[in-house]
Design a protein around this ligand. Sequence first.
Ligand code: LLP
Length: 423
Amino acid sequence: MNPFAYRHGRLYAEGVDLAALADEVGTPCYVYSRAHIEERWHAFDEAFGGREHLVCYALKANSNLAVLEVLARLGSGFDITSVGELERVLAAGGDPTKVVFSGVGKSEPEMRRALEVGIGCFNVESASELDVLNRVAAHLGKQAPLSLRVNPDVDPMTHPYIATGLKQSKFGIDIAQAADVYRRAAGLPNIEVKGVAFHIGSRLDDVAPVVTALERVLDLAGELMDEGVALEHLDMGGGLGIRYADEQPPEPHDYVLALLGALERFGARYQSLRLMIEPGRSVVGNAGVLLTRTLYLKHGAERNFAIVDAAMNDLLRPALYDAWHDIGPVQLRTDKSSTVYDIVGPVCESGDFLGHGRALAIEEGDLLAVASAGAYAATMSSNYNARPRAPEVLVEGDRYCVVRRRETVADLLALESRLPPDP
Ligand code: LLP
């Protein structure tokens, strides 16, 4: 379901008129649909059928507390990448035993906190990290639950900045070295080997590379089981893409079925593994839009610009990855024909654009909705050019709630101090 649809020429989020919302909340602002988030999470959850599993939503896509609470109430697990994300899960009422901790650079204080609250699993990404985790757990008198995140050397066919499962990537432990590291882990007194994990990249529009990665990881799992290393779970990472333009990524159901099919081909000994998956973008990406108002239209000799009040600090993806987001008017005009515009923000960078060459029938003051802004939009936002970050709004039916207020300039100044007087 697309929660964003026009009714009589006005864009709605579920039952909420977005122009009216923008008038009250102001622009720029992010708007999320609760129903869409729930539907996408259930699609993953139900695809596993009777098989023991856990959907661990990847917080980095969108870590707003209300969004996390929606998922926590469904019983979701969470994939975190820092202690800040862990505290967000706890603050939203999430269950720490359903948390997996990914990331190449976990610090000792982060490990300590995660052990204290009893997270479900550390996905360890290097031999050195394994030793540090063992030491930190020993200090606390605890056993650290562990998977190794292995790097299966598979090309996910995605943007190079978000491909993570290739040999030259910083992520994971080379699959050829993984068995040795597992042997070491199994002998460490404060480590409890739980499973094996992989994640090959993001924005995957085809399940084939994930199936290849899974097959390589199952070979490794078989070798480990032969040696008596007990594995309880298999974490298959996240990465399923969404439709930004004309991509045709598989539906969560078909994606999961393809993975289950590969597991079945490998035989009965893998059937008792609890399966985990870490989707982020595919749960929240198309649940959100970024609303922005047109400040000025500038018609040049070579290009026309629509200068809007959202910028690269609110949505970095176009500037960083040359990513394409659909941009449409919030109120359709029948009184104008369209002109081709570059949609740009007020930030002092030529890379500050939200879209290039978009045909739009708009006037100054008109509202625009930038689509697919539920994932990696607010979480990657910044205060560049001393721009306060935009508020986030959660829609539920015909109601909405501001779930993060707009930052003020006072908020930005609050952490800084003036110089002491000169001597
Ligand atoms: N698990 C791990 C270990 C990850 O590194 C990631 C994403 C995920 C799960 C979730 O992936 P997803 O299902 O959302 O694709 N900023 C980029 C995306 C970076 C993804 C990083 N890792 C973007 O805006 O496209």
